[in-house]
Design a protein around this ligand. Structure first.
Ligand SMILES: Cc1cc2nc3c(=O)[nH]c(=O)nc-3n(C[C@H](O)[C@H](O)[C@H](O)COP(=O)(O)O)c2cc1C
Length: 370
């Protein structure tokens, strides 16, 4: 709650909590709440998802996108194994298919179900050049009928609910999210997530909740519409509900700088106090994340993978920018231990008492190859 604002009376808090935060059903999958972790290639592996679930309490986690490939090479098969690694503690989990050929997407959906997916999502939003050239990701927004064919094929191939994650349109001249959403739902999609930007707008640009409202108005009430795009505060979530009628909220980059975000959004929207992690908790969680990453990737690759997560656990603290710069050079477990110990010791001694520094995931982080 912002400084100076009076606490909500209990009744108002309860009404507010029911309006914004509530359980959500997608097909036969019951979510404890309607805050969802966005799929993020290069980030939402099992280690990060587990932490988002355990610490933040989000209602649904999502895998990185998984390419629909006909005859995978050994390296691609190994990558599939890493991308789809899951553990019971993070469930329910949505796993995402990236592709355009209905039968390949269907076969991938079946493989994702075997790997443990509770929900299978279709990527209709990835805006990178390679995706557009391949007719995948946001390029599918230009082909509503193809989206319908893919969803129908995925539905036939899996017993799990199938969902679609899309943008408002391929570009500002072609804003056809309603048409694509209807094609998906008519062919069996159980929920629709709308990133409230078109394919050409960068993540820093304003979202357009009017486009999400149009999708909400066009679909049957039983089909949840999830809003996405810069929903990084309680005020943004209230707007997604009040202006677009969103049933759920998907959060990406903001969860990267703050694993406690989901928990604190729920607190703020239900009138409960915010949670402030201690330095010891931040450090313990950073260590836990590192241990999980080492388990997933081994030391050589794991150390490199971990570099990008460093600031997640120290964001908003003085000196985090310098810490990230040093962390980005770690090459071994020993480096991790040294850099982390130095930073937290300096914090505890009050040596880093400058202004709080807030880092955000760079916009171009999303331009990773699919
Ligand atoms: C690093 C990164 C990777 C992403 N990877 C995917 C992906 O694999 N599948 C997908 O549908 N969207 C992907 N996205 C888009 C996010 O799911 C989300 O739609 C976008 O970041 C907007 O939400 P936000 O403002 O809460 O971050 C990615 C975004 C980022 C920043």
């Amino acid at each position: 709650m912002p400084d100076g604002e009076a606490p909500l009376p209990a009744e108002a808090a309860a009404a507010g909590s029911a309006r914004y935060i509530h359980p959500l059903r997608i097909g036969d999958v019951q979510l404890a709440n309607n805050l969802l972790l966005a799929p993020m290639a290069g980030y939402t592996n099992v280690a990060f998802r587990l932490i988002a679930k355990e610490v933040g309490g989000c209602g649904l986690v999502a895998s990185e996108m998984v390419a629909a490939i006909g005859r995978p090479t050994a390296a691609q098969a190994e990558r599939f194994g890493t991308l789809t690694r899951t553990v019971p503690a993070e469930r329910p989990i949505a796993m995402q298919v990236y592709g355009r050929e209905p039968e390949l997407c269907a076969a991938t959906a079946a493989a994702l179900e075997r790997a443990g997916a509770d929900i299978i999502d279709l990527n209709c939003g990835c805006p990178v050049r390679k995706a557009k050239q391949a007719g995948c990701g946001v390029a599918l927004m230009r082909e509503p009928e193809q989206v319908g064919r893919i969803i129908a094929a995925m539905r036939r191939a899996t017993s799990r609910p199938v969902t679609v994650k899309m943008r408002l349109g391929y570009d500002v001249q072609h804003r056809n999210a309603v048409e694509v959403a209807l094609a998906a739902v008519e062919n069996g999609a159980s929920a629709v997530c709308v990133h409230a930007r078109t394919g050409e707008s960068k993540h820093g640009m304003p979202i357009d909740l009017g486009g999400v409202a149009a999708v909400r108005a066009a679909l049957p009430p039983a089909i949840p519409v999830i809003a996405n795009g810069s929903l990084d505060s309680a005020a943004a979530i209230r707007a997604a509900k009040d202006e677009a009628g969103a049933d759920g909220y998907m959060i990406g980059r903001a969860a990267c700088g703050d694993p406690w975000l989901f928990r604190n959004l729920i607190a703020e929207l239900t009138g409960a106090p915010r949670y402030q992690p201690s330095l010891a908790e931040r450090r313990a969680l950073l260590q836990r994340h590192f241990d999980l990453i080492l388990e997933l990737y081994g030391e050589e690759r794991g150390v490199r993978v971990m570099r990008k997560y460093a600031f997640f656990y120290c964001n908003g603290l003085p000196g985090v920018r310098r810490f990230r710069a040093e962390f980005c050079r770690i090459a071994s477990r020993a480096d991790f231990a040294r850099v982390t110990a130095d930073f937290f010791a300096a914090l505890e001694r009050g040596e880093l008492s400058g202004p709080a520094e807030h880092l955000v995931l760079a916009d171009d982080a999303a331009d990773a190859e699919p």
